[in-house]
Design a protein around this ligand. Structure first.
Ligand code: PRX
Length: 650
């Protein structure tokens, strides 16, 4: 099968940081001589004590260890702020666009320095020191970046929890990181509505307290000015504490391998894992990918639409762009508020050159037609990019043709929370594009495709995607559980990092990510473990058993499909369906809302009691012809019931 190719255009070459040949040369060197390559590029950031040792990594069974630049010392916040002051202190660092189009703010590097130092001093005054975990539960306001950088400045480890998570989920993450300090806001704004962040925090702190975990400090940023609870002694207002805080704070000298942040993410089993990233390698990788993948040049206005609650916000709103001295746009709102033109209006308003968003947003906006796009100019755009899930060729083409008017190359960037930065991607002006393909590996990345038995597949093949050597941005461990780290990522295939994704490699060596091959689903680019939704459902008193799978969804990419077996004697009603949806939302957050609930008198199980998800997936996809052999099931009749039930529902 030969796919469409969009060859590099001459004007892209003219703007490119690297040519196609240079990409190839650099790539060859990066994988044949990683010490030499990264030894050079590791110097792109400022070190307090320069590193001597570059790479010290092992994927060996029982001895997985990842260390980069390990004898170097640095401070990440000084790299993102202080080192730019002499040359671009008055340049805008954070360009903030509010939910309301009338609201925007520009924060220069000099101002950023003052704010971050003040916040660092406020945290210090509350006893926060190096190595302590600080939890952030923030809306998309500049103070979220201040708080991250303030932690980095004093050597504290931040753990950002997405503002859409429930109090229960927040409590679990506070406990998981044994974090006794929280930074939040009174309320957030999104799409004209408020999000009750402080009220959620109050409940989370209570839930954590019942589990024996105390929170001592809650630093509250005033965003909406709405009435919120306030507990003297524990809660402090940022705007008040800021007044008395010094705008100078010496950055701590940190080791390259000292942790920078924890970010919880869903896996195929158990509770979300605390993915731990460290300082030196992460920053080198985030800044280098930010520069080359987006073809970033000084003076560009760069906009990534992610939320800082996800890794994309960490690496490509905050750390990568700021380490490069860029102007990074931070957007509080949503793509369709006040209307379907909002993204494009913001691009025109701030003359955005580089735009990075998610396929789910592209598909939703594509559904609104071309008019809202065509009502705007978008002439400032030079590079478009996408992340979070496979982008289908239709959405890619719409993005390329309608949004970019065929002037801007589209970078489909594949990566994960665990990888810290982009691993497979085109580079502008250096890679011929194929709609739907993330194309080729970034420097230092060695992908491999293996079959289910771990046999390495060469040439044009389809299989499981592994990475066979370390890159500087790789996660170092699961916070507090190194064994789980090894087990999750290095035990499926020996000596390889297993991504959990399936991929096809074509005859040109291009990679096409086909989606997760484990029990993780990707809903609007947000990762969700089916096990998490199941355990929430079975916690409901009327539910005896639940199995959750993903199914294709036009806008979200995947939707959440739940098979639920009720307790003996409970009536399956629409009301109960609604109650279960509300229950999961309350338990985990709106992003985990089930899209469909099918009541199932029984679930297909093997004789040893394992639920056959493959069959459930096929039923959810209406692909009844592909159910395969069901004769080995403990009770094959269950499948017929499920199929009948599903067909009758339509
Ligand atoms: O399945 C892949 C999908 O998102 C997963 C990682 O999710 P998360 O850790 O939340 O990070 C998202 C942002 C980096 C991957 O395992 N994914 C991400 N980007 C792409 C993608 N799938 C296909 N193409 C992509 N460009």
């Amino acid at each position: 099968m030969s796919a469409t190719v969009v060859p590099i255009k001459d004007e892209w070459k003219a703007n490119a940081l690297l040519s196609q040949d240079t990409y190839r040369e650099w790539y060859e060197r990066s994988v044949s001589d990683p010490d030499g390559f990264w030894g050079e590029h590791g110097r792109r950031i400022d070190w307090i004590r320069p590193f001597q040792r570059v790479k010290n990594t092992s994927f060996a069974p029982g001895a997985v260890s990842i260390r980069w630049f390990e004898d170097g010392t640095l401070n990440v916040s000084a790299n993102c702020i202080d080192r730019h002051l002499a040359e671009r202190g008055d340049q805008v660092a954070i360009l903030w666009e509010g939910d309301d189009p009338k609201d925007s703010r520009a924060i220069t590097y000099r101002e950023l320095h003052g704010e971050v130092c003040r916040m660092a001093n406020v945290l210090k005054a509350r006893g926060v020191k190096r190595g302590d975990r600080v939890t952030l539960y923030m809306p998309m306001i500049p103070e979220a970046a201040y708080a991250m950088l303030a932690c980095a400045r004093i050597g504290a480890i931040h753990s950002v929890v997405f503002g859409g998570f429930s109090p229960d989920a927040l409590a679990g993450r506070l406990e998981g990181a044994s974090s006794s300090v929280l930074v939040t806001a009174d309320e957030g704004y999104r799409g004209g509505r408020t999000v009750p962040l402080k009220a959620n925090v109050d409940r989370a702190v209570e839930i954590a307290a019942r589990a024996g975990h105390g929170v001592e400090t809650v630093l509250v940023v005033r965003r909406s000015g709405g009435a919120v609870g306030f507990q003297e002694g524990r809660d402090i207002w940022w705007h008040e504490a800021r007044e008395g805080a010094s705008p100078e704070c010496e950055p701590e000298e940190m080791g390259a391998e000292d942790p920078l942040f924890i970010l919880y993410t869903s896996g195929s089993t158990g509770k979300p894992k605390g993915v731990l990233h460290s300082s030196g390698g992460y920053l080198v990788y985030a800044s280098m990918t930010h520069q080359y993948v987006f073809g970033y040049r000084p003076g560009d206005i760069y906009w990534c639409t992610a939320d800082v609650g996800w890794v994309t916000g960490h690496s490509y709103i905050v750390y990568g762009p700021l380490a490069n001295g860029a102007t990074t746009l931070m957007f509080e709102g949503v793509p369709n508020y006040p209307d379907q033109s909002r993204f494009w209006q913001v691009i025109d308003k701030h003359k955005v050159n580089i735009f990075y968003t998610a396929p789910t947003a592209i598909r939703a906006l594509m559904g609104a037609g071309d008019e809202p796009v065509k009502a705007t100019s978008r002439k400032s755009l030079r590079v478009l990019a996408s992340v979070g899930e496979p982008i289908n060729p239709e959405a890619w083409n719409w993005y390329y043709k309608v949004v970019g008017e065929e002037r801007c190359p589209v970078m489909d960037t594949w990566w994960q929370t665990e990888t810290g930065g982009i691993l497979i991607t085109p580079l502008p002006g250096a890679t011929d594009l194929k709609p739907g393909s993330a194309t080729l590996p970034f420097f230092g990345v060695k992908p491999q495709i293996v079959d289910n038995e771990g046999r390495v597949l060469d040439g044009a093949v389809d299989g499981n995607l592994c990475i066979v050597d370390s890159w500087p941005g790789q996660m170092r461990t699961v916070y507090g559980d190194h064994e789980r780290f090894e087990q999750t990522y290095f035990s499926t295939y020996e000596n390889k990092y297993f991504t959990g994704d399936g991929a096809r490699r074509d005859e040109d060596g291009y990679y096409w990510i086909t989606g997760r091959v484990d029990d993780v689903i990707n809903v609007s680019g947000h990762r969700m473990g089916t096990a998490e939704v199941e355990s929430s459902l079975v916690a409901h008193e009327k539910v005896s058993e639940a199995a959750v799978v993903g199914y294709p969804h036009d806008i979200k990419g995947q939707g959440i499909y739940c098979y639920v077996t009720l307790m003996e004697g409970v009536e399956p009603t629409d009301e109960l369906r609604k109650a279960l949806v509300a229950h999961v939302r309350q338990d985990i957050g709106a992003i985990a809302s089930p899209d469909k609930i099918q009541f199932a008198p029984g679930l297909p199980k093997t004789r040893s009691g394992k639920i056959m998800r493959r069959i459930l997936r096929k039923i959810a996809e209406d692909d009844f012809a592909a159910l395969g052999d069901t004769s080995t099931l403990a009770d094959p009749g269950v499948v017929d019931d499920l199929v009948d039930n599903r067909q009758n529902k339509r």
